[in-house]
Design a protein around this ligand. Structure first.
Ligand code: NDP
Length: 257
């Protein structure tokens, strides 16, 4: 590394910090990973099955920050999460920034919702929060520093037709955030939520076009959000949010206030 490169890297606020972004292979998670890498963090990108997409994100980030790698783990599975943390402990010894972003939808009207649809969404979107945070927190407390950002959703705040499972999980994330924030504030570990509104990713692309048009008609900003706009909110909480904890930062074009 040249002297100039050294100087530049030292001046970045997250240099030397280790960030884990779950579901970082696509959509919002990929943009969060990039945003944190721009700030100098070493970024670990977790994915469940999409190794090509994860590698693409790694390649993009490597162009400006070599400290990035991708690792597979199903965050709904406690054994996978334990393995993921063993890997991280071996390579880095700690996590400074945890972004619980991985999430899925399995929409169905409640009367038709299967046990599988219910449990898959609760496990992936909510139980994962418990597994991942529990493993990251002891070191954060020990080092008197940590930033946890949970990607909830407008649907956890306002409800969503055909989304009782998803809405329950996302509302649960908000309760988790507020309660844990109370326990960790004195250790300089902040815990916050970002609640995106409808953001154009694979998740929204899967919604039928006619439904998409109806949704846009209800968004005061008149358009879907961009994944990069959610990522900026995460960056703000991580980099400049030292006295912000237990909050939900809404990034929704005015759809829910
Ligand atoms: P995408 O569907 O575009 O991407 C989902 C990501 O989660 C992928 O990286 C996927 O990995 C990963 N993932 C899914 N299941 C697991 C699992 N079991 N273990 C590990 N990783 C997993 O989603 P978005 O980017 O749209 O959403 C990201 C987050 O934001 C989610 O929590 C979502 O609920 C939330 N959100 C999204 C909104 C939107 O409008 N898009 C609105 C509000 C909230 P892989 O690529 O390997 O499949």
């Amino acid at each position: 590394m040249s002297l100039l490169e050294k100087e530049l890297s030292v001046s970045k606020p997250l240099t030397g910090q280790i960030a884990l972004v779950t579901g970082g292979s696509r959509g919002i998670g990929a943009e969060i990973a990039k945003e944190l890498a721009v700030q100098g963090a070493t970024v670990i990108i977790n994915y469940v099955s999409n190794i090509e997409k994860a590698q693409q994100v790694v390649d993009e980030i490597s162009a400006f920050n070599p400290n990035v790698y991708a690792t597979q783990a199903d965050v709904s599975n406690t054994e996978d999460v334990i393995r993921l943390y063993e890997e991280i402990a071996e390579n880095y010894g700690k996590i400074d920034i945890l972004v619980n972003n991985a999430g899925i939808t399995r929409d169905s009207r409640f009367m038709k919702m299967t046990d599988e649809q219910w449990h898959e969404v609760i496990s992936t979107n909510m139980n994962s929060l418990f597994y991942l945070t529990k493993a990251a927190l002891p070191k954060m407390i020990e080092q008197n520093y940590g930033r946890i950002v949970n990607i909830s959703s407008i649907i956890g705040q306002s409800g969503g037709f055909g989304q009782t499972n998803y809405s329950t999980a996302k509302a649960g994330m908000i309760g988790f955030t507020k309660s844990l924030a109370l326990e960790t504030a004195r250790h300089n570990v902040t815990v916050n939520c970002v609640c995106p509104g409808y953001t154009y990713t694979d998740m929204v692309a899967a919604v039928p076009e006619k439904v998409q048009e109806k949704i846009i008609a209800k968004i005061p900003a008149g358009r879907f959000g961009k994944a990069s706009e959610v990522a900026k909110a995460v960056r703000f909480l991580v980099v400049d949010g030292e006295y912000i904890t237990g909050q939900c930062l809404n990034v929704n074009g005015g759809m829910y206030m």
